[in-house]
Design a protein around this ligand. Sequence first.
Ligand SMILES: O=C(O)CCC(=O)C(=O)O
Length: 251
Amino acid sequence: MMSLISGEQAAQFRELGYFVAEGGFAPALLQAMSDEMDRVYQDHLRQAQASGDAAAVQAVRNRRSFSQFHTLSPVAAQFARQPIYLEACLKFIGPDADLYYNQAATKPPERGRVFSWHQDSGYVHTEPLEYITCWTAITDSNLDNGCIWIIPGSPKWGLLEHLPEPETGERYGGKTAQFSDESGAIPVEMRAGQVAIFSSLMLHKSGANTSAHSIRRGYVPQYHVPHLIARHTGQPWGDQVPVLRGGRRVD
Ligand SMILES: O=C(O)CCC(=O)C(=O)O
């Protein structure tokens, strides 16, 4: 396997909890993912429009993300096994890894909502707790169109309390982490094809898409050890899709 993650990047992950890598994706594959994200959105929109239910149409238009994207798109099911992700699994999880959760997260320009500060581990407490998130820029992601922000080093703060927050015109609504010092926050602007790989304890958020025409598309697969459980149920949790066994890709 050709290495896409340098020793410096791995060291930065251990020190600060993140790094940004070149994903090594073929341009045609990135375009195919972008097209899939649009196709799935348009399919859902058409279904809602056919139902004649105005609220359902609005819900699709408001919809930020499609989770379990591998079940909606055969392209995504393969994309989730791209070498950059498998190498990150091998280096930061171990020789056996599962796709934990994966979503297509689109921010269209006319709906510039903010996604609040949170740790991914703050949404569902898993056993074991920590895993990796690979926020992948399918299109360019920048300050104008609502890129993610992180606080380098924040995984060392441990798991923070998260409180639910309502959805509003300005916020997606979900959970928001309870902490006071965001002075170390930095935006993570990425070109299409770059991947921000970070700990599930990394504090992150994303800004509003204030651009006139730029659609921000992110694909966000997360990987964990096999057979993890959710603490609130004691039961297996997540996508539970094996991608790596004994250090080798599983299809
Ligand atoms: O893609 C985004 O805007 C942020 C998504 C995110 O942080 C999440 O779903 O955990």
